[in-house]
Design a protein around this ligand. Structure first.
Ligand code: SAH
Ligand code: SF4
Ligand code: F3S
Length: 434
């Protein structure tokens, strides 16, 4: 039996798919090269903005054709769109045989059995079930041998007014320290060097089990063989001084942080219910720079939130100029059903969002090319993750892609390189001896 999984959305969804692959592996399934050859097709969906929704619908159209040619193929939809739409999705697309969400991925074996017996296996729950921790008993199947994601918490306890995540993923549930460390140990035994801790709001990990997030960082760093640690996504509000201190103290924690600001105007930040002001955000960045020498940042920006004026938008551009992010992920505000911002007055017309977005991208392009140049001539540490012919690729501690000539035997090692030339998204480097 062969499976094919198509994944949309964030890193957490990708890690969920790695877990689904692990579940399928324990059931004896093998991966298929394409969906045409698969006996089971899973679409792990995202619904954060309207675009991902549409992509899923267009895929379902294709799968209908598959079903006509190969009636035995089972088609499953999981993830956040499945949780949000529930049975309505199956009514829209009767081709779906299985429907579940991130709440109950561990039930996949039973759901497959039901579907094989000819029933529609629809299991969309209002709340996560009490046995959802069973999920951690399954392995993951990963493509990257040396860098691994580890989901440390599920859900989100914030209420950003534009966001569907608290609805699609539920309230915050921290995974136990014991369970996380067990997975980290087994990943390291499997050759992994870099551990990337994941949560929608990862710096809030532990709040519901009485352990601070920095404790998790110290404990993961104690696992022999862990050479690098990253974590995503840190919410500015939960990024405490103790976390910054731990980041500076722990040698394996990389000098890079994704810290979404969303907007620069205090009025808009308040309407978004982000829980910080522009000044507080900039203070956090300053504090992190004090504790973590050489730290770089990336961020998420929403352009055209309801009532955003030209002056508000200028405040966002001001944050970009002040922080000088290495990467900016910017999104046009997309109204999501059942979120407070959906029905706010003052929705911004699309052409204004587009115009502001292009100005933002233009500014960021300029900043990034300046940053890129500053890397030239510097010495960086790179973890070699990929090899094509004699070309090696990997990332610096500050999360920039580097490529260099070298031998395949360096795969999985940390090497010192000198940056020869640096473009916005890649740096040509050479090995430094010794
Ligand atoms: N938990 C993370 C964000 C997860 S969603 C955090 O709080 O930072 C990833 C990004 O999608 C968000 O940071 C935001 O920039 C964007 N996003 C979320 N909802 C959106 C919406 N309705 N319209 C446009 N962008 C949105
Ligand atoms: Fe969404 Fe806000 Fe939670 Fe991030 S912190 S997942 S943006 S509600
Ligand atoms: Fe999308 Fe769900 Fe992630 S909505 S961004 S897949 S948490």
């Amino acid at each position: 039996m062969r499976y094919f999984i198509k994944t949309f959305g964030c890193q957490m969804n990708f890690n969920d798919s790695e877990r689904l692959r692990g579940i399928l592996k324990t059931m004896g399934y093998e991966p298929a090269q394409s969906w045409e050859e698969a006996d089971l097709i899973l679409i792990n969906t995202c619904t954060i903005r309207e675009k991902p929704d549409q992509k899923v619908y267009s895929h379902l159209g294709e799968f209908k054709k598959i079903k006509e040619r190969n009636p035995k193929a089972l088609i499953g939809v999981c993830g956040c769109l499945a949780q949000r739409m529930g049975e309505e999705l199956v009514q829209k697309a009767p081709v779906i045989d299985l429907l579940f969400s991130s709440f109950n991925m561990h039930q996949l074996p039973e759901l497959i059995q039901q579907a094989q017996a000819g029933y529609k296996a629809i299991a969309i729950l209002d709340n996560p079930p009490s046995d959802e921790d069973k999920l951690w008993e399954f392995p993951t199947v990963r493509d990257n041998k040396y860098c691994a994601y580890v989901t440390v918490m599920k859900g989100c306890d914030k209420n950003c007014t534009y966001c569907v995540v608290p609805k699609t993923r539920g309230r915050q549930r921290s995974r136990s320290l014991e369970s996380i460390l067990k997975e980290v140990k087994s990943l390291v035994e499997d050759g992994v060097r870099e551990i990337h801790l994941l949560g929608q709001n990862v710096t809030a990990w532990g709040q519901d089990i009485g352990t601070p997030f920095e404790e998790l960082l110290y404990r993961v760093a104690e696992v022999p063989g862990v050479e690098r640690i990253r974590f995503t996504t840190g919410h500015p509000k939960d990024l405490t001084e103790s976390i910054a201190k731990a980041m500076g103290e722990i040698p394996q924690v990389c000098e890079h942080l994704h810290l979404p600001v969303q907007a620069g105007s205090n009025r808009i930040l308040k309407l978004m219910d982000r829980g910080y002001t522009k000044e507080e955000y900039l203070e956090k960045v300053h504090m992190l720079k004090e504790y973590v020498k050489g730290i770089t940042f990336s961020t998420d920006i929403i352009v055209g939130f309801p009532t955003e004026t030209e002056e508000d938008f200028e405040e966002t551009l001001d944050v970009l100029r002040k922080v000088r992010f290495e990467q900016v992920f910017s999104f046009k505000y997309s109204p999501r059903p059942d979120t407070p911002a959906y029905s706010m007055e003052g929705q911004v017309p699309d052409h204004i969002k587009t115009e502001r977005m292009s100005r933002l991208l233009e500014l960021q392009k300029r900043i990034l090319s300046e940053i890129a140049r500053e890397y030239e001539g510097t010495i960086q540490e790179v973890l070699i993750e990929g090899c094509e012919g004699s070309k090696l690729t990997g990332r610096t501690r500050t999360n920039r892609w580097a490529s260099l000539s070298g031998d395949e035997s360096l795969l999985g090692s940390l090497v010192k390189v000198k940056v020869v030339s640096s473009k916005p998204f890649n740096m040509e480097c050479e090995l430094v001896e010794g």
